[in-house]
Ligand binder design. Structure first.
Ligand SMILES: [Zn+2]
Ligand SMILES: [Zn+2]
Length: 918
């Protein structure tokens, strides 16, 4: 049966077919390895995308790099586990469903918690799998049998276990705290979820009357409505201006509350008036000062940032409306003494853009210092390596200046905190399962705390919870620590740091299976509690002009659209080829188009191969699919020696590059080899051997054909991790759909065989290529018609070079379109139509014959055309009315074209003169 490949390469259908096949055949599913397993292990956790997510270029880059590394390990015989899943994404998902409800005219609170959570689960069932479906289309070689969702029962169980243990260890506490509060979401959010914006604001100066005198103290504020919650005025103890007021009181205007004047570092004499208002419930610095002086904390706003009953006459107003009214009243009563423009930085909720209000509320915290110390040491000691190096330092700095982590969120969607409040005695009970009676008073009326945990709490546990923790499983023994984590810089703190803290804490004392650890090449690592041994931080994908992609700029590139147009393989190749570590990628479609052409080139080469196999040796197969190099290759000529050597060198480089995350180098080396050496040279050089005459001896052709098949097979395996689809399609076709393995993904990855390095062959071939390229260039310079064969003269600087060229004269003649080679004994370098190199000089003998009359005719027409356009151009540029109306760019363009036309006119005229045209 002849091989059949369609004429044109159409990635769409081929890619979906193989993506489905890989999944239905469960090719990437990894059962738990038994005791006594001696193969090395490679484990990688997919950074779980949000269930609300849609695939973007950042994912695409991340997934491409992960899939390359994973496929590369699998082909090298590692037990390779890539674990996929999705994150419940508390705040993002809740917002999505709330917006959906809003469209139906409903509100979350009207629905009630239970109904709302049901609604989110429904939403998740319907839409939550979208991003994984997109991943499947990419061919990501993950173990779908192990897919998890962060709210799965087993993972939720682990979350409760972690919470209770931390609480019992005194590492979780509850406290009043100033948190970043989003009034839209009505929840606390972490510092990391606040984005800061510089805006033009105002600074208002308000004076407070000192009780028992006719003096005033003036303070400045950007948020005058918070004055309703003031509980002190602070001055600096060293500030002489206020020494006589120490211990006195002032009256808060509008609400007429008496508050003390205190001395505190909060007030800086050189800043403003040197006096500041202290509002402990509405500012983080004031909160700390309040604790120092035991000041009352008066909260004047509710969860939606509306003024509450403590705000007196302003109760019920939105904070900005209250601000206007407070200012108007202060003005009217003579307390407002100044208003200045002021540049300030305001915090906004990263998700909804609402301005953050610092708010006093009761929250749950993790005492972070003890966890951070271990996590810092794990990186300092090299138990975890981070590449690129600069991120290691960023991580260490962050771990040094870390604050307690507020883990509670006032949301309904997420892991509910396993704590209950006794309605009788107000005791808070933390437990693994819902308690039935109060441990303190024995009361039975217990209410679970309404808060849920920050999403990053559960995702921080994934390296061990996905492997069965808290049970002591065989999976943990084998796959923990994970080998590698590949992620973006943006979640370095949110996710990576938390995983390290939790991993080191909860897996303390863990030991990986010693045999597997040794086989995996990690025997020198002492600490097995770390969640992963290596971290690679990938760069950002920007647009072609190096701008960050954003919806507002409208420059977001949709990876699915790119895939639709160019194919997944070409898209993956683009991202790999541009991914130098630490350098952002300026994604350009023209590059992707170029790699689609690369896929076409490979496709056409495969068709050429199959045509020859069907003619010369039907049924020919690669010698050994599961080998780690080129097998069954019979060296019969210089080009054979050369290509075999080149292949091995490239294999060495590619393996080196992949081991150090230099994806760009790996991709570019394969590209240069496959296109530049294999297709452009090797295939051309072996053509005469393949083209034997009917009835003649075909043994040489059979050898050449077998070499071609074996080399092609090995090259496909080399390329497979970067372009999995086209390589699978051709590889399967080589075996006429009856391959010895289910997939090329399970075949061996080429390793360099140093015995097949052949420096002499590479040097000789370089000379031959140089000679052929020189002839081609000289032909172009001399404008030789493509079909015309030309004689050449060659002066070889050494006899052995002359001998080598003589032996390969057929190649030079065919590829250089040369009629005959004559060797001469003197240098040719100075001749016209000649080129000299360090090894040889070559001269192309050609005299150009042209039809003078026809050429003159052509030049005349060309000149007429130029002059006509020139006249038009000058007319337009002379028209004042036109010039005043036309856009500057247009005028500029016309001027430039005018210059060009003048040059062209000149050139054409001198050509006419040269030829003697009349
Ligand atoms: Zn918000
Ligand atoms: Zn009680």
């Amino acid at each position: 049966m002849p091989h059949e490949l369609p004429k044109a390469y159409e990635p769409g259908a081929i890619e979906t077919r193989w993506a489905d096949y890989w999944i239905s055949e469960k090719l990437f599913s990894v059962p738990t390895p038994p005791e006594g397993e001696t193969r090395p292990v490679f484990t990688l956790l997919l950074p779980p995308p949000n269930v609300t997510g849609r695939l973007h270029m950042g994912h695409m880059l991340n997934q491409t790099q992960m899939d390359i590394v994973v496929r590369w390990h699998r082909m090298r015989g590692f037990i390779t586990l890539w674990l996929p899943g999705t994150d419940h994404a508390g705040i993002a998902t809740q917002m999505m469903v709330e917006k959906q409800l809003e469209k139906e005219g409903k509100k979350r609170r009207e629905l009630g918690r239970e109904k709302f959570v049901e609604r989110v689960w429904e939403w998740k069932k319907l839409y939550g799998g979208a991003i994984l479906d997109q991943m499947k289309r990419l061919g990501a070689s993950v173990d779908w049998d192990r897919e998890y969702f962060t709210m799965d029962e087993n993972l939720s169980h682990a979350v409760r276990e972690v919470f209770v243990r931390l609480y019992e260890q005194g590492l979780i506490y509850r406290g009043n705290y100033i948190v970043n509060w989003c009034p839209w979401h009505e929840t606390a959010i972490s510092d990391l979820e606040v984005k800061h914006e510089d805006v033009a604001g105002k600074l208002w100066e308000i004076r407070y009357p000192v009780i028992g005198s006719d003096e005033f103290i003036t303070v400045a504020t950007t948020r005058p409505e918070t004055m309703l919650g003031d509980t002190a005025i602070a001055v600096n103890a060293k500030d002489e201006r206020y020494r006589h007021l120490h211990g006195k009181k002032v009256l808060v205007p509008l609400i007429k509350r008496e508050i003390p004047i205190i001395t505190d570092e909060l007030a800086q004499p050189e800043f403003g008036t040197g006096a500041v208002k202290v509002t402990p419930a509405h500012d983080p610095n004031d909160f700390q000062a309040g604790l120092r002086h035991n000041l009352p904390q008066i909260n004047v706003m509710d969860a939606r940032a509306h003024m509450n009953e403590n705000a007196g006459a302003y109760a019920g107003l939105d904070r900005y409306e209250a601000r206007k009214r407070v200012l108007a009243d202060l003005q009217e009563q003579g307390f407002l003494v100044g208003e200045k423009d002021y540049a300030l930085s305001i915090g906004k909720c990263d998700r909804c853009g609402t301005v953050i209000e610092p708010r006093l509320s009761e929250q749950w915290f993790i005492k972070i210092k003890p966890l951070a110390e271990r996590a810092k040491a794990a990186v300092e000691s090299g138990e975890i390596t981070i590449v690129p190096e600069n991120y290691r330092q960023i991580y260490l700095n962050w771990m040094t200046n870390i604050y307690d982590w507020c883990i509670s969120r006032q949301l309904w969607w997420g892991h509910r905190i396993p704590a209950w409040t006794c309605e009788g005695c107000k005791e808070v009970i933390v437990a693994r399962e819902a308690p039935t009676t109060c441990t303190k008073c024995g009361g039975a009326r217990l209410e679970q705390v309404p808060d849920v945990l920050d999403t990053w709490f559960s995702s921080g546990l994934l390296p061990f919870t996905t492997l069965g923790w808290p049970e002591k499983t065989r999976d943990l023994e084998v796959f923990y620590p994970n080998t590698l984590l590949i992620t973006g810089f943006d979640i370095l703190f949110f996710w990576l740091a938390r995983m390290i803290m939790f991993g080191c804490h909860f897996m303390q004392g863990h030991e990986q299976d010693a045999v597997i650890k040794k086989a995996s090449g990690e025997a020198d690592k002492k600490d097995d509690s770390v969640p992963f041994r290596h971290v690679y931080i990938h760069a950002l994908v920007r647009d072609a002009d190096r701008q960050k992609m954003s919806k507002t700029k409208g420059n977001v590139i949709d990876p699915l659209e790119i895939i639709e147009r160019f194919g997944t393989d070409a898209t993956r190749f683009t991202l790999a080829a541009m991914a130098a570590p630490g350098t952002d990628i300026a994604f350009s479609e023209s590059r992707t188009d170029g790699y689609r052409a690369f896929a076409n080139k490979i496709w056409n080469a495969a068709r050429f191969m199959f045509m020859n196999v069907d003619r010369i040796g039907p049924g020919l197969r690669p010698s050994n699919a599961n080998n780690s190099g080129v097998a069954g290759f019979a060296v019969a000529s210089l080009e054979d020696r050369w290509i075999l050597s080149r292949f091995n060198r490239v294999a060495a480089d590619v393996n080196d590059a992949l081991a150090t995350y230099r994806f760009h180098e790996a991709a570019n080396r394969i590209y240069d080899f496959f296109w530049g050496e294999f297709c452009d040279w090797y295939l051309e050089l072996i053509k005469p051997r393949l083209n034997f005459e009917e009835g003649a001896d075909s043994s040489a052709a059979k050898i050449a054909c077998a070499n071609l098949v074996n080399l092609f097979d090995a090259s496909l395996r080399l390329l497979h991790p970067v372009m999995p689809f086209i390589t699978e399609e051709i590889w399967q076709a080589i075996y006429e759909s009856q391959p010895p393995l289910k997939s090329i993904a399970l075949a061996g990855y080429p390793q360099a065989n140093e015995k097949q390095f052949d420096l002499a062959a590479e040097t000789e071939m370089a000379i031959l290529q140089d000679l052929i390229v020189s002839v081609r260039n000289l032909r172009a310079e001399l404008k030789v018609e493509p079909k015309v064969k030309v004689p050449i003269e060659v002066f070889a600087h050494e006899p052995k070079i002359r001998k080598m060229i003589e032996q390969n004269h057929g190649s030079v003649e065919r590829l250089g379109n040369v009629e005959k080679i004559t060797f001469v004994e003197t240098s040719l370098a100075n001749r016209a139509g000649a080129r000299g190199t360090a090894r040889f000089d070559v001269h192309v003998i050609y005299e150009r014959k042209i039809d003078v009359a026809a050429e003159c005719d052509r030049l005349k027409k060309e000149l007429e055309k130029i002059e006509k356009e020139l006249a038009n151009n000058q007319k337009q540029l002379g028209n004042e009315q036109f010039l005043s109306k036309a856009p500057e760019k247009v005028v500029e363009g016309l001027r430039r074209r005018g210059q060009e036309l003048l040059v062209l006119q000149d050139k054409t005229k001198s050509k006419q003169k040269e030829l003697g045209c009349s």
